[in-house]
Design a protein around this ligand. Structure first.
Ligand code: DC
Length: 223
């Protein structure tokens, strides 16, 4: 028996999905699942073990053996690899492209499909990702596709890094985001695209609160 909606929030990197999903989850008292973190966890494991992501045999072995899960720490779900909290390591700038690359491998997508569906089976969950509304939960109760201009997305990422005391180059960020958009939307398996029944929101001109309010209105219509 489902207790609450399954809400899908898809969109490209830097569109504000994380901040908005977290805020929405807090308002609704729902669980927030960052599916990108799972791909980042796989990328970290591959990097640590020197797995060539084009080598299907080794990638399959890694998928069979990986010990990756979310554990609740201080009221939030943090990603654990081999029992160790790797939430910080997976956020290193280099991990973004690695995750994008590994997420194009069908073996990896297949391994994570069941994991994500299991996490959503009881409802009351907000999933943030790229293919939630199209592949993982095609029957999600509510779907949003959140986007913003490349420049605005790069600016937001820049502010995040500066806030975390890291120096980054704005042009490099614009390049990285454009490249990841291309990677994620042009891959053959479960590419980033808007589900037909998703509500499109361009957050370029909106504040976080405005987007969350807009989403709450849609949630209330469903409830
Ligand atoms: O959301 P993120 O930037 O942490 O995601 C990292 C990469 O993982 C992203 O570039 C593409 C991939 N990804 C995916 O393919 N499907 C998802 N549902 C979530 C992320």
């Amino acid at each position: 028996m489902k207790d609450g909606l399954v809400i899908a929030i898809d969109g490209p990197a830097g569109a504000g999905k994380t901040t908005i999903s977290k805020a929405l989850a807090k308002k609704l008292n729902y669980t927030y699942i960052d599916t990108g973190a799972l791909y980042r966890g796989f990328a970290l494991k591959a990097l640590r073990d020197g797995v060539d992501i084009d080598d299907d045999v080794r990638v399959q072995k890694m998928c069979d053996e990986i010990d990756l899960c979310f554990r609740e720490v201080g009221g939030e779900l943090r990603l654990h690899l081999g029992g160790i909290d790797v939430s910080k390591q997976i956020r290193e700038p280099v991990m973004s492209m690695k995750a994008s690359d590994i997420s194009a491998r069908p073996i990896v997508r297949k391994a994570l499909l069941g994991v994500q569906r299991e996490l959503g089976k009881d409802g009351g969950v907000i999933f943030e990702g790229r293919d939630i509304g199209t592949v993982v939960f095609p029957d999600a109760d509510l779907k949003f596709y959140l986007s913003a201009s490349v420049k605005e997305r790069a600016r937001r990422r820049y502010m995040d890094f500066v806030g975390a005391g890291k120096r980054v180059d704005m042009d490099a960020l614009i390049n990285d985001i454009s490249q990841r958009d291309k990677n994620d939307s042009s891959r053959k398996h479960a590419p980033l695209k808007q589900a037909k029944d998703a509500i499109y929101i361009d957050s370029t001109e909106y504040s976080i609160d405005e987007v969350v309010e807009l989403m709450i209105t849609e949630v209330n219509k469903k409830l």
